[in-house]
Design a protein around this ligand. Structure first.
Ligand SMILES: NC(=O)c1ccc[n+]([C@@H]2O[C@H](COP(=O)([O-])OP(=O)(O)OC[C@H]3O[C@@H](n4cnc5c(N)ncnc54)[C@H](OP(=O)(O)O)[C@@H]3O)[C@@H](O)[C@H]2O)c1
Length: 289
């Protein structure tokens, strides 16, 4: 397949390029190559005559999306619409990367592909609207992921949660992390491999939950990072501050796929993925290996 990846220097984009290059012709487009919110700029996609267009571009700073809703909808929603319309015209498959934030977080067990989204933030609303526009191309895969960590780090956020924890620990800073907000961590390498298998196996088009298996609170996630690396900072659980930032975040946004296991595509547990990531990044102390 000839596959265009939009957002090729991002956290997920970087791993998608590396993974998909094994067996496919891959063209990576950076933000300077394409502006997804601008339809004319998206016409560049036609030059490559792709079979698949993967759109990882997003404005995903959740609090800033509340302050800049026009930008959130321009990049996330109209961007997805532009990509879907052009893919459809080309007869190409659209892959859109979505989020656990399309859910409101009131469920007590992991959300599956059958649950009805009900976003509670501008970011979540803009991504759900993007999912709807993506449906305009019947040939589409929507992969929902969450709490992403990957070698490249989020270009929009300058790192990721794992790196933030390790940096704080190395500076001997006391660390406080919320223990009343739960999610399913996602290793970008695993999402990239999963998407490759989904496309190569020509799975039915539609929505797939593509996080790692299981879920945890952010506190438990931090604890596991330190347990695996052997770092031993002062780590305290705290409660979510209701006045933290302008965006409302779902309390419980764990995801689970009920579709992928039917095709023998079960992602590995988040703890195993985290260990693989920490090894890849060289964060493991010799005694932990
Ligand atoms: N990060 C998370 O925790 C998380 C959680 C759930 C879902 N997601 C979703 O997963 C996807 C990938 O996330 P990520 O962490 O890999 O993000 P990322 O590291 O910020 O990568 C996004 C890439 O898209 C590019 N980009 C941004 N705005 C663009 C625009 N208007 N037009 C064209 N390119 C643009 C960025 O380039 P520049 O940096 O040069 O602007 C960057 O290379 C996103 O769709 C996001 O919504 C992420």
């Amino acid at each position: 397949m000839r596959i265009v990846v939009i957002g090729s220097t991002g956290q997920l984009g970087t791993d998608l390029i590396k993974t998909l290059e094994d067996g496919h012709e891959v063209i990576g487009l950076t933000h300077s190559d394409i502006e997804v919110s601008d339809y004319d700029s998206c016409l560049v996609l036609k030059e490559y005559k792709p079979d698949v267009i993967v759109n990882t571009a997003a404005f995903h700073k959740t609090d800033q999306c509340e302050e800049e809703p026009l930008k959130a909808f321009a990049v996330n929603t109209l961007g997805a619409r532009n990509v879907a319309l052009i893919s459809k015209e080309l007869g190409a498959t659209t892959v859109f990367i979505s989020t656990d934030y399309v859910f409101d977080g009131t469920k007590k067990e992991p959300y599956t592909e059958e649950d009805i989204p009900a976003p509670i933030s501008t970011y979540g609303i803009s991504k759900l609207a993007a999912e709807h526009f993506t449906h305009q191309n019947p040939k589409h895969y929507i992969l929902r992921i969450a709490s992403v960590f990957g070698k490249a780090g989020a270009s929009g956020k300058g790192g990721n949660f794992v790196e933030t924890m390790i940096n704080k620990a190395k500076k001997n800073e006391p660390i406080m992390v919320v223990d009343d907000m739960w999610m399913s961590p996602t290793y970008t390498k695993d999402t990239a491999s999963l998407l490759k298998r989904i496309m190569e196996s020509a799975l039915p088009f539609g929505v797939y939950h593509a996080t790692n298996k299981g879920y945890c609170s952010w506190y438990e996630f931090a604890k596991e990072i330190f347990q695996i690396t052997g770092l031993n900072p002062e780590l305290k659980p705290i409660k979510t501050d209701p006045n933290y930032g302008p965006a409302t975040r779902p309390r419980f946004s764990a995801l689970k796929s009920i579709k992928l296991p039917k095709y023998g595509m079960e992602p590995r547990k988040w703890q195993e993925a985290l260990r693989a990531y920490l090894t890849e990044k060289g964060h493991m102390q010799k005694s932990s290996l």
